[in-house]
Design a protein around this ligand. Structure first.
Ligand SMILES: Nc1ncnc2c1ncn2[C@@H]1O[C@H](COP(=O)(O)OP(=O)(O)OP(=O)(O)O)[C@@H](O)[C@H]1O
Length: 313
């Protein structure tokens, strides 16, 4: 979807070694103007190091970073001014209010947005007079985003933006991040949450052991790597089992039985949907249509597994 857009970040054979550890292994990628780009990978995959190289916070062992068409090393000062960063463990002045913290950053930058506008964009107006130290984790994170946005960055880097937040705060944070490209900000986020990528990212780079396994949109990655759709008919006893089985068999590529269930395997979602409807017409029983997602992509490409919270490990 983004190939006709200009690249605001380009890395070429970017590499970072720490002694014998290769944290970032010849990474070449492009991030386009106005997209939400995610770097997804398990702990230690090299996400933070890659992003720190792009931000000019670390020197690469080899390779190049170009931002807005300019070489980062030769234009470090000017290019850094165009970046906003919200680190994972974000802290600021606990005793200052939300407004004071945001205004402080605004004062440091010449091209700064109106503080009230930024607070309104992040639904923080009501909280503007609260001390930062008294806020919940979600509001602290949101204040961090406001503090980064007030300097009008062209690219905003968010490191694990919802780690440690409860589900409602995560959802609210996603909704605010989702709106940032409309305000003219390209977003680069690092995460190890599948659902975050599925909700937010226009494109995602899968990082494993320092190298990029694949880069594309979530639907394209799922199509390419995640395999089949399955329809699962749970059998509690008393169902017209033979009819259910033949209905599945007439549409599925394969049908197999597993404990208490019939499982039809499809390589086409449309046919799976047709089978699902036909099975529903037969009567009342429990049927699941199971579509693959990013989790399956990662299992296929990296053999990674998920923690109960949907987090890669
Ligand atoms: N300053 C450092 N010195 C030595 N090794 C480092 C340093 N920073 C990172 N590493 C190593 O480089 C590799 C990549 O680490 P990095 O923090 O970039 O991964 P990550 O994907 O961001 O992980 P996490 O999700 O846990 O933050 C790891 O093996 C890590 O131990």
């Amino acid at each position: 979807m983004t190939s006709d857009r200009s690249a605001v970040v380009q890395t070429r054979d970017l590499r970072k070694e720490y002694g014998s550890t290769v944290a970032v292994d010849d990474v070449s990628l492009e991030i386009y103007d106005g997209e939400i780009f995610a770097l997804l990978g398990p702990n230690g995959a090299g996400k933070t190091t890659a992003v720190e190289l792009i931000q000019g916070l670390r020197e690469p062992t080899s390779g190049e970073v170009t931002l807005f068409g300019q070489d980062l090393q030769n234009h470090l000062r000017a290019l850094k001014d165009r970046l906003g960063v919200v680190p994972q463990s974000f802290h600021t002045f606990e005793r200052l209010t939300v407004r004071e913290n945001v205004a402080l950053i605004g004062d440091l930058h010449s091209a700064s947005s109106d503080v009230c506008e930024v607070l309104a964009e992040l639904d923080l107006t009501e909280w503007a007079g609260e001390r930062f130290g008294s806020l919940s984790g979600g509001y602290k994170r949101r204040t961090g985003i406001a503090m980064a946005l007030v300097s009008e960055p062209d690219i905003l880097f968010l490191d694990e933006p919802t780690a440690g937040l409860d589900p409602a705060a995560r959802r609210a944070t996603w909704e605010h991040i989702e709106g940032l490209p409309e305000l003219g900000t390209t977003v680069v986020l690092t995460t190890h949450y599948m659902d975050e990528v599925e909700y937010l990212a226009d494109r995602v780079a899968l990082l494993v052991d320092g190298h990029v396994e694949a880069v594309d949109s979530v639907p394209a990655l799922v199509d390419a790597y995640a395999g089949e759709v399955t329809v699962v008919v749970h059998l509690a006893g008393g169902e017209p089992e033979a009819e259910l089985e033949s209905t599945l068999e007439s549409r599925a590529q394969a049908v197999h039985r597993r404990e208490g269930a019939l499982v039809g395997v499809f390589d086409d979602r449309q046919r799976a949907q047709e089978a699902y409807s036909a099975l529903q017409d037969i009567g009342t029983h429990s049927i699941d249509l199971v579509s693959p997602g990013m989790e399956d992509v990662f299992l296929e490409l990296a053999g990674a597994s998920l923690a109960p919270g949907g987090e890669l490990r």
